[in-house]
Each structure stands twice: as C-alpha cells, then as structure tokens.
Design a protein around this ligand. Structure first.
Ligand SMILES: [Zn+2]
Length: 388
C-alpha cells in the first residue's frame, strides 16, 4: 500500500479535496480518498500540486507518429491532407519505431488509455504489449458510392486482424465517406458493439463543400483524380447531413468541431444520437491556426473529451498541453472541468469507466501529479508526472 498527500486531490467523481490523501495498493487499485483529518495508517508521501486520475486520449493516430515536424503548419486542412498522402508509403520499420516511441511518450505524459485511428495493421504489435489501454478505430475512406462495399469489406478484414484487441469500424469524415458507406457502417453498428469516431468540421471548407459544393475539397478530389459529379450540394452544414446516417445504438465521437456553430449543436440535440464531442486544440492550431468555439459546447448536456491527434499535427502527445491551450483561450473553464474532460468523460466514451477515469475505490485509473500551477490555474510551467 502507498499513500500520497497533495495540495488538492481531484477524485473527479466528487469535488476536489484540499490536502487530500489517496491510498493505492501494490497494483495501483484505489483503496481510499480522504482529507488530512482522516489520514490512513502507514507512511504518506507528500507532493505539491494536484493529483488526478490518469488521462484518456480519445483521439490519436499512432501510425502517423513518424511525421513529427514533417508537415507545414497553418496551411489548412486540404493542404495538410495532400502533404500526409506524400508520406503514406514511408519505410515500415521507421513507422513502427515511431509508433513505439509515441506509445512511451503517452505513458510518460500520464495517459492511460487511447482511442486510436488506424488505416493499417502497423500499430498492432505495440498495442498488444503496451501498458496503455487502446481502442482502435479502423477508419474508412470512400466518397464514391460504387466503392462502398469494397471499402467496407477491406476495413472489416483489418478489424479482424486487430481482434482480440478492442476495435471498431468507423467513417473518416463527412467529406470522405459516401452515404452508401455510412449506411453499411450503420447496419454493422446496429448488429453489435461498434464505437464510432468521426473527424467533424475541421475546417470551413467542409461546410462550404456540403452547403454549396464549393471550396478546397473540389480541388482535393481533382488533385486525386476522383470524379464526384454525382454529389449534389446539400444546402446545410456537413454535420447536419451525416447525423441522420448514424445509428442511435452506438456512441459517436465527433472530433475537432473547429467550425461547428450553435445551429449545428441544436440540430444534433434534436436527434436521438449518442453524440460526444472531442477537442484536439493543438492540432487545430497546427493545421488551421484556429480553435473551436469551445464555450458553445459547454452545459449543452454532451459528454466532452480531449485528444492529442497525431504527431503529424502536434509537437507532443500530452493531454495536459491540450488543457493548457483551451484554458488559455477560454479562462472561464476551470481546471476541475478540464480534468473531467481529460479523464472520466474519455473513459465513459471508450466504455472503460468501470476501471479508469476517476479515483473511485476499486478502480485502477493511474495517478497523475500536475505541478507548476498558479492556484488551480494551468500555467506555461505546469507539468504532469505519473505517480503510478
Ligand atoms: Zn485525426
């Protein structure tokens, strides 16, 4: 048994405890969370800062880890996608080594579970032996209706390669998945457990494409030689067009939401879909040079989570860094709320909240220590250290 006393303990399932004490057993299972008036028996290690549960990174692409510092920043999503394609055939050993390094980086940064997007089987070996929990989203691309079945079948073959690891099939984004492919995934999602994670409204061009069939994505399809003459403008934003194509049986994570507006949020609320929102602010800054209107999403009744996205669009895989970027831009968002997004909410979405996401006795969530705070505010000096 081991006990830690900190300036604050954030159990997440309850209010923060000043001078709180957490006691864990040898395998990291939470025995108790108390205040200094009711200290547990045995030695107590005192640390300064906040103790919170291990972080949950709900959006990553391990297999893009070798692209760190390779892609230009601030050029916008369409240009980013073109640049990424140039590296799709990189040396497999290089990719595998970068995946292994990225997994260790996340461990060191106090991340205990990851929702990871995959297009290949390259991350399977690292995930199999990792100390982190992984759920893999096998991602489908295919905007041509006639290819839907083929794309679906190939992705399901990859899903089977990942088993027995936790895995599901998912659409990439509204602009890259045909209605027909969405429907195949919906049918599959109604037959059994199949978590969904979709890149949503990462740039304004995505809305322009859906509303008017204009903007950068026309250029992108031309660039790849794909004839999308069948596609008609939908006269509404992308997310409003795809929500009806999703199953109401499965949880859906809408990732990025950089160009999601209040009208879109109200539209989503009118549908009985299990929508969760994930923010990856540092990737948004890297690619688009802007942040989502995070304050619009707060107190709307949605589960909100955080993600790092990949090293292709981020300098680090660190959830504290994402919290820092959000709080700097939206100072009204408390550290307590951001920790909830970074822990319990992600665990709930991934379906692992019986084990992770809060310091509830009986769980093994991992313990993080956040230091370098100003009161409870995250500062440029704030760091995270894994206690267990
Ligand atoms: Zn992504």
């Amino acid at each position: 048994m081991k006990s830690f006393r900190a300036d604050y303990v954030f159990p997440v399932y309850a209010d923060p405890i000043k001078n709180g004490i957490v006691t864990v057993d040898d395998v990291g299972k939470i025995i108790s969370v108390t205040d200094s008036n009711n200290p547990p028996v045995g030695p107590i290690e005192s640390v300064s800062g906040i103790i919170c549960p291990g972080f949950i990174n709900t959006h990553c692409h391990l297999e893009l880890s070798h692209l760190k510092d390779k892609i230009k920043t601030g050029t916008g999503l369409v240009s980013f996608i073109k640049d990424i394609q140039l590296f799709r055939n990189s040396d497999q050993q290089l990719v595998a080594d970068a995946i292994e390094k990225a997994d260790l980086e996340m461990y060191d940064n106090g991340i205990v579970a990851v929702g990871d997007i995959s297009n290949t089987n390259l991350s399977i070996p690292v995930k199999a032996k990792s100390k982190l929990y992984y759920h893999t989203f096998v991602e489908t691309f295919g905007f041509l209706p006639q290819n839907a079945e083929d794309v679906f079948n190939k992705a399901m073959a990859l899903v089977n390669e990942f088993k027995p690891q936790s895995v599901s099939i998912t659409p990439h984004a509204p602009y890259s998945v045909s209605k027909e492919l969405f429907k195949l995934i919906r049918k599959h999602s109604e037959e059994g457990h199949n978590l969904i994670s979709i890149h949503n409204q990462e740039c304004e061009d995505e809305n322009k494409f859906y509303r008017y069939k204009l903007g950068g994505f026309l250029n992108l399809y031309q660039h790849f030689g794909i004839d999308i003459s069948y596609f008609k403008p939908q006269a509404r934003n992308s997310v409003q067009s795809i929500i009806p194509l999703l199953s109401n049986k499965q949880s859906v994570l809408l990732v990025h939401n950089t160009c999601t507006n209040l009208k879109d949020i109200y539209f989503i609320k009118r549908f009985d879909r299990k929508v969760n929102f994930c923010f990856c602010p540092n990737a948004n800054v890297y690619i688009e040079g802007k942040l989502p209107k995070v304050e619009l999403f707060v107190n709307q009744g949605f589960n909100i989570t955080l993600g790092t996205d990949s090293l292709a669009s981020n300098g680090r895989l660190c959830i504290l860094d994402e919290m820092r970027t959000i709080q700097k831009k939206f100072p009204a968002l408390s550290t307590a709320r951001l920790i909830e997004w970074a822990t319990q909410n992600g665990a709930e979405f991934l379906g692992i909240d019986d084990e992770k996401g809060s310091l509830t006795p009986g769980k093994t969530p991992g313990l993080n220590l956040i230091t370098g705070l100003d009161g409870l505010k995250i500062t440029p000096e704030s760091k995270v250290r894994k206690l267990i």
